[in-house]
Design a protein around this ligand. Structure first.
Ligand code: DHE
Length: 562
């Protein structure tokens, strides 16, 4: 697991022993020696566990800078050429093992002692610069398993496609397609490594699944047994994908963003044939060049032929106009660092994205193509896609949870509905902070629901990490309900924490599905709650359903309902 988890402060503060490595001739510290095999192993672990937060070049983003000037010890065990406090082998091992109060996850339950030692050595060595990945490389990776003319012309199965869920099985590199009506697993589809998200085509026929390894899989839901019909490797490390949703462009294009190399790929929506690769290297909002500005969230506009592409390290939000991809026009909007995840307001005119290191939410007006607001929030906002509802006192609001603070923030959003006129005075203000706990990743509600759900999978307390909180939106002063999802699942106790993560509604807004993300060898489950009564309706569990995390309901994802 690569997300920062809030961990015990005391453990780290006590553990400050510094090792003094061998000195080179110039009296500068030498990086610990490693064999080629050790380096290879460490490189793999770094990619799987560390790069997401610290970056491949280790310049830092959600996680700290890990370049050698910072990690290597000088002969006094203190300052190095970078001017910051150096860490050294023994302290690094402890930080990696126990985590930090800054939000770094403890890895002592994930990595062995030998691996901790190896990783501490590895990050004192100069980072390897991974290779680039050209348009030709992208094209060479393209696999079209089922050409369009060999695909069905109508739906060949009896599924209620609107209510199918695409569920990430994180540690097996698969997604499970689950029938939301019967709760049966329809099929388990092999995809990229540690799949991150699924998104839907405008028609709702195609599911796009992006793996952390950059493998994009296209699943056709119309086939008798929904299967992968095309695949493309868009880069070496990726998190985001979306499709063209503007009228006249339905299912025409897809776009996927890459962490390494920093670039995005535009492709044909029904085959994934690559059309264009665009680099995102450039200047940050502070006017400094950055060599690794990764593509974070991407979302498709419904009001223009545009994608909103959020560039993490530069803090620049790109509006990419796909109406003429040969002559691509892009609007670049400066916001704040480091951009991560976000979602639409209720009107779908404004996109709100977390600038997590700045403790801000940036809102873009996609109608005017301008920044609408930069809203200060509590520490480390993490909305997922956020959640929209009409607050009894403040009118339409969009909500974000926080990894680093014990609140859910409600931000007033503009509305053209005359009955919301009196709320204009609150627009882009934080109108309320609802008391929650730190370590929240995802919040969710539904236009037909009266409830608001928030998880806390990154909280260090086992009970809190295994529970979700539910508010009554009509009266937010009422005490929230706390549901212990692990206990409700009836699964046996295990050593690994079963993190309750990612609430997702059924298409009709009547059920909420929560993943129980346990250890790789433990039994996991999805617990389905009745949204009206907050009672368990069904526990979906199967030996094949390993480490479920994100769940994407076809209808809600297709229409961005949250
Ligand atoms: Fe995510 C969304 C990046 C760790 C589950 N995650 C996103 C998005 C980004 C991102 C950029 C927005 C995509 C979009 O909307 O286009 N996530 C990252 C990371 O860089 C990070 C911090 C570390 C890493 O190495 O990946 C990270 N994410 C995690 C996890 O550990 C989670 C909890 C479990 C997992 O499956 O890996 C996780 N991320 C998710 C989910 C979404 C997501 C479920 C989509 C939320 C939604 O409702 O749309």
């Amino acid at each position: 697991m690569t997300f920062p988890r809030l961990s015990s402060i005391a453990a780290v503060v006590m553990l400050t022993g510094l090792a003094v490595p061998a000195m080179a001739q110039d009296n500068k510290p030498e990086a610990p020696a490693m064999t080629a095999a050790e380096k290879e192993t460490a490189k793999k672990i770094y990619f799987e566990r560390c790069a997401g937060c610290h970056g491949v070049l280790r310049k830092g983003a959600t996680g700290k800078n890990l370049e050698p000037h910072w990690t290597k010890t000088d002969k006094d065990g203190k300052k190095t050429e970078g001017g910051t406090l150096a860490l050294g082998q023994s302290r690094l091992e402890k930080i990696i093992g126990y985590g930090t109060d800054g939000g770094m996850v403890n890895f002592d339950d994930i990595l062995t002692k030998e691996e901790l030692t190896l990783m501490a050595k590895y990050i004192q060595n100069t980072p390897d610069v991974p290779p680039e990945y050209s348009f030709k490389d992208t094209m060479d990776s393209w696999k079209l398993m089922v050409p369009v003319d060999k695909r069905p012309t109508k739906q060949m199965n009896k599924l209620n496609l609107k209510n199918v869920f695409s569920v990430t099985l994180r540690d097996t590199g698969e997604v499970a397609l689950i029938d939301g009506d019967t709760k049966e697993i329809v099929s388990i589809v092999k995809t990229g490594y540690a799949v991150h998200i699924s998104r839907l085509s405008a028609s709702g026929r195609y599911v796009y699944v992006i793996g952390r390894d950059g493998r994009l899989s296209l699943i056709d839901l119309w086939m008798e047994k929904p299967s992968v019909v095309a695949e493309l490797k868009i880069g070496f490390d990726a998190r985001s994908v979306d499709t063209s949703k503007f009228k006249g462009f339905e299912d025409k294009y897809a776009i996927a963003g890459s962490y390494w190399p920093p670039q995005y790929v535009i492709m044909d929506g029904d085959t994934l044939k690559p059309r264009k690769v665009v680099g995102t290297r450039g200047m940050t909002v502070d006017g400094e060049y950055h060599p690794e500005p990764r593509v974070a969230s991407i979302v498709a506009s419904f009001i223009k032929p545009e994608w909103v592409v959020n560039i993490k390290e530069t803090g620049q939000i790109l509006l990419v106009d796909y109406s003429d991809i040969e002559n691509l026009k892009t609007t670049t909007i400066a916001s704040a660092k480091f951009l991560h995840d976000g979602g639409w307001d209720a009107s779908k005119r404004y996109f709100l994205v977390a600038a997590n290191a700045s403790n801000k939410i940036a809102a873009v007006d996609t109608k005017t193509g301008k920044l609408a607001a930069l809203v200060d929030t509590a520490k480390i906002p993490h909305p997922g896609r956020g959640a929209n509802f009409v607050h009894p006192k403040f009118g339409p609001v969009w909500a974000t949870g926080h990894l680093g603070a014990d609140v859910v923030t409600l931000i007033s959003t503009p509305s053209e509905d005359p009955k919301h006129k009196q709320f204009k005075q609150y627009n882009w203000k934080v109108v309320q902070e609802m008391k929650h706990v730190p370590g929240n990743l995802f919040v969710k509600t539904h236009p037909k629901s009266k409830h608001f759900w928030a998880d806390a999978p990154q909280n260090p307390d086992k009970d809190l990490a295994e529970s979700v909180a539910v508010w009554d939106m009509a009266d937010l002063s009422k005490p929230k309900a706390i549901l212990n999802v692990a206990k409700d699942s009836g699964l046996p106790e295990t050593k690994a924490v079963k993190r309750a993560v990612h609430p997702e509604y059924s298409a009709d807004g009547k059920e909420v599905w929560i993943s129980l993300w346990g250890g790789k060898t433990d039994q996991s489950a999805i617990v389905v709650y009745d949204d009206a009564t907050l009672k368990v309706k069904k526990v979906i569990t199967d030996p094949k359903m390993i480490t479920p995390t994100g769940k994407f309901n076809v209808y809600n994802t297709q229409h961005d309902i949250y």
